[in-house]
Design a protein around this ligand. Structure first.
Ligand SMILES: [Zn+2]
Length: 132
């Protein structure tokens, strides 16, 4: 029992994968991204909604509220986060110039500098500041 409790207490590492679908689980709420309003989604997902789907946050929230996200974007349609992941991997060390989390620079995506978190050097994972 003691060993099991230790395992459960470990924070869960969720890697940010290169592709995602809006039916995938939002690590912040454990519900599909399609059910998450702005503010409940990781910023890098919100960027895709605005920049790739061309939807304003208010429009997205209205779709979520009406349960109609899948009428705009198919549940199995895939989106790439490759460019975003590259920008995370190219980060240098946080210079502390802004008042945000130094592990993810406020993006909720943290770089695994030495591979100690994900097992891969430069892996990208959902920052522990995001998952409570
Ligand atoms: Zn963070």
């Amino acid at each position: 029992m003691g060993a099991l409790a230790l395992v459960i207490d470990e924070p869960t590492v969720v890697e940010v994968s290169e592709r995602f679908r809006f039916s995938d689980e939002n690590p912040l709420t454990l519900e599909p991204y399609a059910r998450g309003r702005f503010g409940d989604l990781p910023p890098y997902i919100e960027d895709v909604i605005v920049e790739q789907l061309g939807l304003a946050p208010t429009r997205w929230n209205a779709l979520v509220g009406a349960g109609e996200v899948y009428s705009v974007v198919g549940p199995f349609q895939e989106f790439s986060l490759a460019g975003f992941l590259r920008s995370v991997q190219e980060r240098d060390v946080w210079d502390g110039s802004e008042d945000v989390c130094g592990d993810c620079w406020g993006t909720l995506a943290a770089k695994d500098y030495d591979g100690s978190v994900t097992g891969r050097i430069d892996g990208v994972y959902v920052c522990f500041c995001a998952v409570h």
